[in-house]
Each structure stands twice: as structure tokens, then as C-alpha cells.
Design a protein around this ligand. Structure first.
Ligand SMILES: NC(=O)c1ccc[n+]([C@@H]2O[C@H](COP(=O)([O-])OP(=O)(O)OC[C@H]3O[C@@H](n4cnc5c(N)ncnc54)[C@H](OP(=O)(O)O)[C@@H]3O)[C@@H](O)[C@H]2O)c1
Length: 336
């Protein structure tokens, strides 16, 4: 198996390469800057490739099973690597968290990826993959879904510059929520307190453009879906703009990175009011994203049947994926 990483020189890309090297997977790293590529440790193949020549990029991807893209922001640069992957017939994974980009991948690229016979999984990240897999398991406990809500609880999180850039762009447009068979924009607002499954983790929550919602809607028929995020994350972005973000360090130092915690809490309600909840919790979130992206890239090889753009629950066995994340500190639970 050979896996390529575009954007390998970034904060997330470096962690992904380290995870591939740790697993002894043949790895090709790609980026625009030769010196930056040379600074990445490990026995990997290196190739300078800009985004502007899709055909050349696609030639580099020939012979790779999967490419993992971690460019930022995806709304601006995401399509180059996806176009190259389709041309090379190479499976595609990305680390995006941008709702509109993910919607575009499903809508615009789904038929093309299927015709090329490849699997695309946008947003193979800590929160989207765990949230999607838990949502699929929670929904199985109900015959029919009326509503599904995904609560993101981020605690002690210092974001990378690339995440802040993408997140800032994300916060300039209203979140998409699912209402009666279609996506609608709704301005963000406070939605009351959420108690995350640890007594001290009750926090005010706000409507949020949850990346996972787009994929969940692909495999679940609920009348209503929305996502929230807790006050800590909203506070971390308050007062930031593009100029300020440009002056910040590339990402948190290792100790701060490791301190970050996440709880993804999913609540599904049936038409007669029955509620099922489930959650997944993890820590060291950039490392967890690297593990999740690599695990997804490897598992693409074993996906039988469906081709095209898939949500994690459509591509993978949810329990097996979540159980394999336990060794990286993830715990999960489905209750009634
Ligand atoms: N849970 C989540 O939602 C989650 C978690 C982790 C990451 N992410 C997302 O993953 C993305 C990467 O994050 P990060 O922290 O790794 O960002 P980063 O450190 O800024 O890295 C961005 C990468 O993209 C490359 N790049 C940017 N513009 C380019 C261009 N025009 N041509 C070629 N390469 C270009 C950069 O190359 P250079 O080094 O040459 O500049 C770098 O390798 C972000 O969108 C972030 O939001 C999301």
C-alpha cells in the first residue's frame, strides 16, 4: 500500500506523515516547497508539486492507493487535489472542516468519483468521523428519526493557524441546518446549555456549521438536523481576524496539543419523542485527526461495493473503527 499526503508541510500534514511512518506505510509527500518537504523526518518519497498543474499532480498520484489532502483553506484550495485524485483514479481523503466544501464534494464530485471508481471521504477528522459513526449507531436504535442534533464539546483547545484560517472563513457564512428535506441557512445563535458526559463539562452552546452533518444526511433520513458548539471554542475565535491569525504561531506546542479534549454528543429523537444518545470522547485532537485520516485511508482498500463520495458510516464498520481508536484514547458509548 502506498499513501500520498498533499499539504504534508502543514501542522496536520506533519502529524499524518509521522503516523504513516510509525505504521511503516510506503508514503509519498507532496508540497510546493522543496526545503520544507526536506525538513519532514522519515523514510518517505518527496515530490515538489504546486497546485496549479493538476495533470502533473495527478501523474505523481499514479500508483498511490489513497491521497490525504490537508491544504488550508479547502474552500479555496481543496478542489485541485480532488481533481488530480479523480484523474489518477486514486482514493481521496481530506481533513477539511468546512461545511460548504464538504457539501460541494458530495454534490459536485460524487458522480465523478463514482465514475472514476474511487472512494472519497471528505472531513476525515477527529470530530467528523467520530460524530458520523456515533450518529449512525444512535440512529440504528430508532425505527424512524424525527430529529438529530450533534453537540461538539471542545475543551482546552489551542488551534493551528491553518485551522483558525479555515474556521474564520467558516464563521463568515451562516451555518447550514437540515429542515424538512433541504439545507437552509440559519444565523448562529445561543441554544442553551449542553451537559457533556463529564459533570464539569456543562457549557452554553451555539448553532454551529457542523462538518459531519453533510455526511450524516447522506445516510440518515431525519426531518431536522443541526449541530452546536460549546462556548470555549466560540471564545477562542472571538476577536480574531485574518491579520491577527497571520501573526500567530503555526500551531500549539506538543504539551498544549496533547491537553485538548473533545466530546461528540449525538441526540436522536423519534416522531413519538423517544430519545437515544451516544457519545465519543478523545484527546490530543490534531494527533487524533492524523490517526483517523490514516485509518480511513488504509480502510479504503477494504471497502466493498459503493464508490463515490461516502460518509464514514457508509464506508466503514462503525464499531470496528471506533474500537480501533480506543488504543489512541477514544472512548464511546451508545445509550437510551
Ligand atoms: N477537526 C477538524 O475540522 C480539523 C482538524 C485538523 C485539521 N483541519 C483542517 O486541515 C487543514 C490543514 O490544517 P493545518 O493546521 O495543517 O494548516 P497549515 O499548517 O496551514 O497547513 C496547510 C498546508 O496547505 C498547504 N498550502 C496552503 N496553500 C497552498 C497553496 N496555494 N499551494 C500549495 N500548498 C498550499 C501548506 O503548504 P506550505 O507549507 O507550503 O504553506 C501546508 O502544507 C485546515 O483546513 C484545517 O482546518 C481540520
Amino acid at each position: 500500500m502506498k499513501i500520498a499526503v498533499y499539504g504534508a508541510t502543514g501542522y496536520t500534514g506533519r502529524l499524518i506523515v509521522a503516523e504513516l511512518v510509525r505504521r511503516n506505510i510506503s508514503t509519498l509527500i507532496l508540497g510546493r516547497n522543496e526545503q520544507d518537504l526536506a525538513s519532514i523526518p522519515g523514510p518517505v518519497q518527496r515530490q515538489v508539486a504546486g497546485l496549479d498543474d493538476i495533470e502533473a499532480l495527478s501523474n505523481h498520484l499514479q500508483g498511490c492507493d489513497t491521497v490525504i489532502s490537508c491544504v488550508a483553506p479547502f474552500s479555496q484550495f481543496g478542489f485541485y487535489v480532488l481533481e488530480a485524485a479523480i484523474l489518477a483514479r486514486c482514493n481521496y481523503i481530506d481533513t477539511s472542516g468546512e461545511q460548504r466544501w464538504i457539501q460541494r464534494v458530495f454534490d459536485e464530485y460524487g458522480p465523478r468519483a463514482a465514475a472514476a471508481g474511487i472512494i472519497c471521504i471528505p472531513s476525515a477528522t477527529d470530530d467528523t468521523v467520530t460524530g458520523d459513526l456515533i450518529a449512525g449507531l444512535v440512529a440504528k436504535r430508532l425505527d424512524t428519526l424525527e430529529s438529530l442534533v450533534v453537540h461538539h464539546g471542545f475543551f482546552d483547545v489551542d488551534m493551528s493557524r491553518g485551522t483558525m484560517k479555515s474556521f474564520y472563513a467558516l464563521m463568515q457564512i451562516p451555518p447550514l441546518i437540515w429542515r424538512e428535506g433541504r439545507w437552509v441557512e440559519q444565523a448562529s445563535s445561543a441554544l442553551g446549555n449542553v451537559r457533556f458526559p463529564a459533570a464539569e463539562d456543562e457549557q452554553a452552546s451555539f448553532l454551529f456549521p457542523g462538518a459531519e452533518l453533510i455526511g450524516i444526511q447522506h445516510h440518515q433520513a431525519a426531518n431536522k438536523m443541526h449541530a452546536t458548539v460549546n462556548l470555549d471554542l466560540v471564545s477562542a475565535m472571538t476577536g480574531l481576524n485574518e491579520d491577527v491569525i497571520a501573526t500567530l504561531p503555526k500551531g500549539p506546542a506538543e504539551e498544549r496539543r496533547q491537553a485538548a479534549r473533545l466530546t461528540m454528543l449525538v441526540e436522536a429523537t423519534s416522531p413519538n419523542g423517544q430519545i437515544v444518545r451516544g457519545y465519543a470522547r478523545g484527546h490530543d485532537l490534531y494527533k487524533l485527526t492524523a490517526v483517523v485520516a490514516v485509518e480511513a485511508a488504509i480502510r479504503c482498500r477494504d471497502v466493498r461495493g459503493s464508490r463515490g463520495v461516502l460518509a464514514p458510516s457508509e464506508a466503514f464498520d462503525a464499531e470496528s473503527f471506533l474500537n480501533d481508536l480506543q488504543q489512541f484514547g477514544v472512548d464511546w458509548y451508545i445509550g437510551v
